[in-house]
Design a protein around this ligand. Structure first.
Ligand code: C5P
Length: 396
């Protein structure tokens, strides 16, 4: 995703990580973005307006009561101008103020006049502050309103003896997240269906067969499609992820639930992305009460679950189909075999060692038309690369 010519408002909060915001401003400018900067009063205790003015070539907004700044570009003018508002560092104080709408400085006032969906927040604070119930609740609420987050990263804090999540993400990573957030609206009103997460196949009311899929890749695919203007239905197995804003989420538990949910929601869908790690087998019977322990070994009979993708591939009228292949050996060969056997348009193959539970991913995308692309990076960037390939094949 390119930031060339795009308008980014960089809001800097008052934390030690503010110095890294200078590097972020430089990266954005170097990549051709138009950058304006707003500093909170606390930020000005760490970095100066002059630094950012020199880096961006534009005056910096620092004082909400300055008649001069108001004439040049007041908070509303800045908000109207910005396509994306990146907050780095997003301190605990700034997160709290954004949550309650307290806008007593330039940065917060401009932010409040921008929809949360266009905020990219890069939190930075001591790990104990980050873990506090107050901060976590603010983060949850801001996410529910559509704000996106990058980080915080795990690592050494300014107080050297402290290590934990709370460190601001590196400028290069925030830059990449800015680029993703500025995705083109090239899937406007395209109806897509995404599946994500594991399934659970119950043996009895308390035990089940499942896998460690976190759902992150599928959720990133749903969010990326939404950001590009698609109308997204996300069918999700049990995961511990916040619900993406502006996406219809359907919760399922078993492979059979998932098959049914897909079937019921296919009307008008142009692309199906099956990122769910669907169980291939389920116990033949499900006890209605908790099964009692038996002395000695036991044998369980498993039966196959429906192959949802293969079922869709076999239809005469079918949407574009994108499958996933998590492999532990012969990645490309196995993925090619699945691509053909399930009659898919694209398959995203990853090594199980790279895939489950991580923030980043490394994948090989193969197309039935012979396309072959390797992609590596945060799951949201990988998701955009997949949608780029879908878009190229979708037609008008
Ligand atoms: O054959 P395998 O399970 O490796 O195929 C993986 C792909 O097939 C994934 O896209 C997965 O979502 C999909 N799948 C499915 N129904 C199943 C099992 C897998 O649609 N029962």
């Amino acid at each position: 995703m390119s930031v060339q010519g795009r308008r980014v408002l960089l809001c800097v909060g008052g934390g030690i990580a503010a110095y890294k915001a200078c590097e972020l401003a430089r990266l954005l400018v170097k990549a051709g973005a138009q950058v304006r900067v707003a500093l909170t009063p606390a930020a000005q205790r760490f970095v100066t307006p002059l630094t950012f003015q020199a880096l961006t070539g534009s005056p910096v907004a620092t004082d909400i009561f300055s008649a001069e700044q108001d004439l040049a570009a007041g908070h509303i003018a800045l908000a109207d101008w910005a396509e994306l508002a990146t907050v780095a560092p997003a301190t605990a104080n700034l997160l709290a103020r954004l949550r309650i709408g307290q806008s007593d400085d330039m940065a917060a006032a401009a932010l409040l006049a921008i929809e949360p969906r266009r905020w990219l927040l890069a939190p930075a604070m001591n790990e104990k502050m980050w873990a506090s119930p107050a901060v976590q609740e603010n983060v949850r609420v801001l996410k529910e309103r559509g704000a996106r987050f990058v980080g915080p990263a795990v690592g050494e804090m300014a107080e050297r003896s402290h290590v934990g999540p709370g460190r601001m993400s590196e400028p290069a990573e925030i830059f990449a997240a800015c680029a993703d957030a500025l995705a083109p609206r090239d899937l406007e009103n395209v109806k897509v269906l995404v599946t994500a997460g594991p399934t659970r196949e119950m043996l009895d009311p308390v035990r089940y067969l499942s896998n460690p899929s976190s759902g992150r890749m599928g959720y990133a695919i749903a969010e990326a499609a939404r950001d590009r203007g698609a109308r997204v239905t996300l069918i999700s197995g049990p995961v511990e992820l916040p619900r993406p804003a502006d996406v219809e989420v359907v919760d399922v538990v078993s492979a059979e639930d998932l098959a049914r949910a897909v079937d019921e929601r296919l009307d008008g869908v142009r692309v199906v992305v099956m990122a769910a790690a669907v169980a291939d087998q389920r116990p033949a019977t499900r006890a209605s009460r908790k099964v009692k322990k038996q002395p000695g070994d036991e044998t369980m009979t498993l039966v196959r679950t429906p192959d949802i993708l293969a079922g869709l591939g076999a239809r005469a009228q079918r949407p574009m189909l994108v499958g996933f292949a998590a492999e532990s050996e012969n990645l490309e060969e196995n993925a090619r075999d699945k691509l053909a056997r399930k009659k898919l348009d694209l398959i995203v193959a990853n090594d199980v060692a790279d895939a489950f539970g991580k923030e980043t991913n490394r994948v090989l995308v193969l197309g039935k038309d012979g396309a072959r692309r390797e992609v590596q990076g945060p799951k949201l960037s990988v998701a955009h690369a997949i949608w780029d390939m879908v878009r190229e094949r979708l037609g008008g």
